[in-house]
Design a protein around this ligand. Structure first.
Ligand SMILES: [Zn+2]
Ligand SMILES: [Zn+2]
Ligand SMILES: [Zn+2]
Ligand SMILES: [Zn+2]
Ligand SMILES: [Zn+2]
Ligand SMILES: [Zn+2]
Ligand SMILES: [Zn+2]
Length: 328
């Protein structure tokens, strides 16, 4: 009981003292202003504005607290960046890491390039793709008229087929004996026949009119002859040759002399007996009643030729010295 009474007493003294102080300040001085610089608040800590206090008393102060600003979150977290406070860097969401898809590599070929095995992210443009340069084509056999040059590895066409170089094979006219050819075409590069030449039949000879050659004229007493030759009018080849006789012309007497050869006509010996030959177109000598020992037999008797002598037993033939027989 005694103790609590002391406490109450002490409190009363304090109140009295305080009231006295306040009364003294307001009454007894002008505040001596002290300026305090403000402090900006941070995301998590509060600050304050510029303020004044009094150096002489505790009564005067314009202090006013400023609350913390709170974090300002930046862009959302990505695979490789955290979401942080743009002011203080406080990490809200840690980086996500890539959502990887793994791809197999591809060996390069002639034209499309290849690539190493790589990965990509389905969320961002992250990729480890790295191209491997395409290899060169491996050229196959050189292009020909009809085939292109290709790559032996991939089959790609490297040079087109050149196409044939046409050369005209002139037509050849047929001759009498040799076949000809129609016009054709071939390639001067590969020799391939593009249009085949076809055989054209030989025309065969064209017979001209028969001509006389090597003619040897007949005389009164000797036969003549000539060659009857036939040539091709186109190629002049001799096609036929036939030797023909020309009968002797016989004498053509006029006034006892041959007008052709000048030979004197023989006078038939008198006493010759003629008999008609069985063909009735000629005579033969069948007998002789003359006395002359040199007998001349005519070639013609009564307009018909005398063709022979029938040997009879007539005594008049014996002892004859000559018989002249005309050339018939
Ligand atoms: Zn003061
Ligand atoms: Zn912050
Ligand atoms: Zn990513
Ligand atoms: Zn290729
Ligand atoms: Zn060709
Ligand atoms: Zn001919
Ligand atoms: Zn004559």
């Amino acid at each position: 009981m005694k103790k609590s009474r002391i406490c109450v007493l002490a409190a009363g003294v304090l109140v009295l003292f305080a009231g006295c102080l306040m009364a003294a300040c307001t009454r007894e001085h002008v505040h001596e202003i002290v300026y305090h610089e403000g402090k900006e608040p941070t995301c998590t800590e509060g600050g304050w504005q510029d303020y004044e206090t009094c150096a002489l008393c505790e009564e005067y102060s314009t202090y006013r607290a400023t609350p913390p600003t709170g974090h300002r979150p930046g862009p959302s977290a990505t695979c490789t960046t955290d979401q942080v406070c743009t002011v203080c860097g406080h990490v809200f969401v840690e980086k996500l890491g890539h959502q990887l898809t793994i791809y197999l590599g591809q060996e390069p070929t002639c034209t499309p390039a290849g690539w190493e095995p790589y990965e990509t992210c389905s969320r961002c443009d992250h990729t480890t793709y790295k191209e491997i340069a395409a290899t060169d084509h491996t050229a196959g056999a050189a292009a020909t008229c009809t085939t292109a040059q290709t790559c032996t590895a991939c089959g790609a066409e490297l040079a087109p087929a050149a196409g044939h170089k046409e050369v005209v094979d002139n037509a050849v006219a047929p001759t009498c004996t040799e076949t000809g050819l129609t016009e054709g075409k071939h390639c001067s590069v590969c020799s391939e026949v593009l249009i085949e030449q076809e055989a054209v039949k030989a025309t065969g000879h064209t017979e001209g009119e028969a001509v006389r050659e090597n003619e040897k004229a007949a005389t009164c007493e000797e036969a003549g002859s000539y060659d009857e030759a036939v040539y091709c009018t186109v190629c002049k080849t001799e096609l036929r040759r036939e030797n023909k006789q020309i009968p002797e012309t016989g004498h053509t007497y006029e006034n006892g002399v041959c007008t052709a050869c000048g030979e004197a006509e023989l006078t038939p010996t008198e006493g010759l007996i003629f008999g008609q030959y069985f063909d009735n177109n000629s005579y033969i000598v069948t007998g002789y009643e003359g006395s002359d020992r040199e007998v001349t037999i005519p070639s013609v008797h009564n307009g018909l030729p005398v063709t022979g002598i029938a040997l009879t037993t007539s005594a008049n033939w014996t002892g004859m010295t000559s018989i002249t027989i005309p050339n018939v």
